[in-house]
Design a protein. Structure first.
Length: 282
């Protein structure tokens, strides 16, 4: 049994009278093994973040199943203990740690609250000691423990957000554009940290990004989403070396780097638009 099994996941946003419904997620299937990183890529509006939010329970689904360690998270949880167990199993790291970290709490206080909530520290002193261990794990020192979020750099805040996710002892961490706001050098450091954590703990990752180059650094497999539908999937290097779907080729052409050619992006966009017009015409 895989750590994560998602089957026929479906989500429609109904916008009200006179507006067309929007299918954000359309019959999406995937699995994630323990210790594996799966990339979920696509442009804004492709359904990536909706899937991420469904997995952590921040968004509902209209149909399908999301099984993590065999438990379908779309079924109603019975009692506080089961709700906490589900929350502990899946944690999320958001793009903007400024919005997810409480500005009133020190770093240590943020970590200690999670540790105590999930029963991972029996006392305040034990929680403080474990908080310092978590900081060391994300390559921060004891001196960061008494800092508040505004006193840290962007990269340091994101490391704290990762530490807070780990504090619950999750089996899956969902990372929603978690490095896209960081500069290139800090981004590389955080990706290296994520690889190290995964190697040491065996945690699974769902890594949501619009950037295939970043996904290549971390993920063994990748799903490409277009308008809520998976249009391509496979081993990351295979997809990057030989993309089969025009939309994947469009994403590849849009990646900056050596040899990047804006004319190639325009041509890829034109080819993709023509392909989708043929599909729409039936």
């Amino acid at each position: 049994m895989s750590l994560v099994e998602v089957e026929k996941l479906h989500r429609v946003f109904r916008l009200g009278r006179g507006a067309d419904d929007v299918t954000a997620v359309n019959a999406v299937d995937f699995t994630i093994e323990a210790g594996e990183a799966l990339g979920l890529v696509g442009e804004s509006g492709s359904g990536k973040s909706t899937i991420a939010r469904i997995l952590v329970g921040l968004e509902r689904a209209d149909a399908g199943a999301v099984r993590i360690d065999g438990v379908n998270r779309l079924e109603r949880a019975h009692g506080r203990r089961e709700r906490l167990a589900r929350a502990r199993a899946v944690q999320m790291v958001f793009q903007d740690p400024n919005g997810s970290l409480d500005r009133r709490l020190t770093v240590a206080e943020s970590l200690q609250r999670v540790l105590r909530l999930h029963g991972r520290a029996a006392s305040r002193s034990a929680a403080h000691a474990e908080a310092l261990t978590l900081l060391d794990r994300v390559r921060l020192s004891d001196r960061h423990a008494d800092a508040k979020p505004h006193e840290l750099s962007g990269g340091q805040r994101q490391r704290v957000a990762i530490a807070r996710a780990l504090a619950a002892g999750p089996k899956l961490v969902v990372l929603d554009e978690a490095v896209s706001a960081l500069d290139v050098s800090v981004q590389a450091q955080v990706l290296d940290l994520l690889r190290e954590i995964q190697r040491d703990s065996g945690v699974g990752y769902l890594f949501v990004s619009h950037d295939l180059a970043v996904v290549q650094e971390l993920c063994q497999r990748v799903l490409v989403l277009f308008r809520g539908t998976v249009v391509e999937r496979g081993q990351t290097q295979r997809v990057l070396d030989a993309p089969e779907h025009p939309y994947t080729r469009l994403l590849m052409a849009s990646m900056p780097g050596p040899g990047w050619d804006p004319e190639r992006v325009v041509q890829a966009r034109l080819t993709f638009t023509q392909r989708m017009s043929v599909v729409a015409d039936g």
